[in-house]
Ligand binder design. Structure first.
Ligand SMILES: NC(=O)c1ccc[n+]([C@@H]2O[C@H](COP(=O)([O-])OP(=O)(O)OC[C@H]3O[C@@H](n4cnc5c(N)ncnc54)[C@H](O)[C@@H]3O)[C@@H](O)[C@H]2O)c1
Length: 260
């Protein structure tokens, strides 16, 4: 049987849990070889245990050197790179401007924009020489917060709108060599998404919100609480050669929230 990603070589940034881990599993199921850059050491150990053939680099995607190390490791193992996926992100637990103390704003902005936006610049920059060689593709992770208010606070929503800008600008700049697209997941079950440390939310998990499953299903027309595995097939499609004519675009894996 042939897979949608047979022969492809991928790096998933933030592949240790949640949507990123589901992408790792779906890519492998479709025939890709997958390396991971992940900053949580416990998740790196688990990946190494569960997927002993997958190169795992422990590092921080906001740092250029860590991205370069992950790309080098993938190229060493696979001989090149066809796909870069980034699923890193942190949340702000719906903090509006009125909820932020004046002296919290600088550090919270720097942390959230560093992880949710700047890391993508460093990941793409590090992978670009290899992606140009393979005429490969990049898939970033947006959110319904990249389109609407209310599903995050001011900093999260602004950071996800900025990811849309990266997709548009990079798709324009990197054509015709490299396609750049995004998946915009809706609220998702069973992930480890945490808050920003600068807001004292580093240990708080969005998934622990009481009644989350019913709330997620209740907010979308399709009436389902989606998981990372539901979104992962959108990444598979965008990474596949079947999407060779698609760039600068986004797949809304969100239960239909836009038609509500
Ligand atoms: N959970 C949701 O409801 C939801 C909804 C829409 C969009 N998203 C977005 O999906 C993406 C994945 O989120 P998730 O819910 O799967 O959360 P998650 O925390 O399970 O996954 C993110 C992974 O990235 C890692 N990571 C974070 N910062 C990193 C860094 N600087 N360097 C390397 N690794 C880093 C984390 O350790 C984690 O393994 C994020 O961009 C998030 O904003 C999530």
């Amino acid at each position: 049987m042939t897979g949608w990603l047979d022969g492809q070589r991928a790096l998933v940034v933030g592949g240790g849990s949640g949507i990123g881990r589901a992408v790792v599993d779906a890519f492998r199921a479709e025939g890709a070889r997958v390396a991971v850059l992940e900053r949580d050491l416990g998740k790196c150990a688990l990946l190494a245990d569960e997927l002993p053939d997958a190169p795992v680099v422990a590092g921080d995607a906001t740092r250029p050197a860590d991205n370069r190390a992950a790309v080098a490791r993938a190229v060493e193992a696979f001989g090149g790179l066809d796909v870069l996926v980034s699923c890193v992100g942190i949340f702000d637990f719906y903090r509006g401007l009125g909820d932020l103390a004046e002296d919290e704003i600088d550090d919270a902005f720097d942390e959230i924009f560093s992880v949710n936006v700047k890391s993508h610049l460093h990941s793409v920059k590090a992978a670009l020489p290899e992606l140009r060689k393979s005429r490969g593709s990049v898939i970033l992770t947006e959110s319904t917060s990249a389109y609407y208010p209310g599903r995050g606070g001011v900093l999260y929503v602004a950071s996800k709108h900025a990811v849309r800008g990266l997709v548009t600008a990079l798709a324009h700049e990197l054509a015709p060599d490299v396609r750049v697209n995004a998946v915009a997941p809706g609220g998702t079950m069973n992930t480890d998404l945490r808050g920003a440390g600068a807001l004292g939310l580093g240990d708080r998990r969005l998934n622990d919100t009481p009644g989350r499953e019913a709330e997620l299903a209740g907010r979308v027309p399709l009436g389902i609480a989606m998981s990372g595995a539901d979104h992962a097939w959108s990444y598979v499609f965008l990474a596949s050669r079947r999407a060779r004519g698609i760039t600068g675009d986004v797949t809304h894996s969100d239960g239909g929230i836009r038609i509500k």
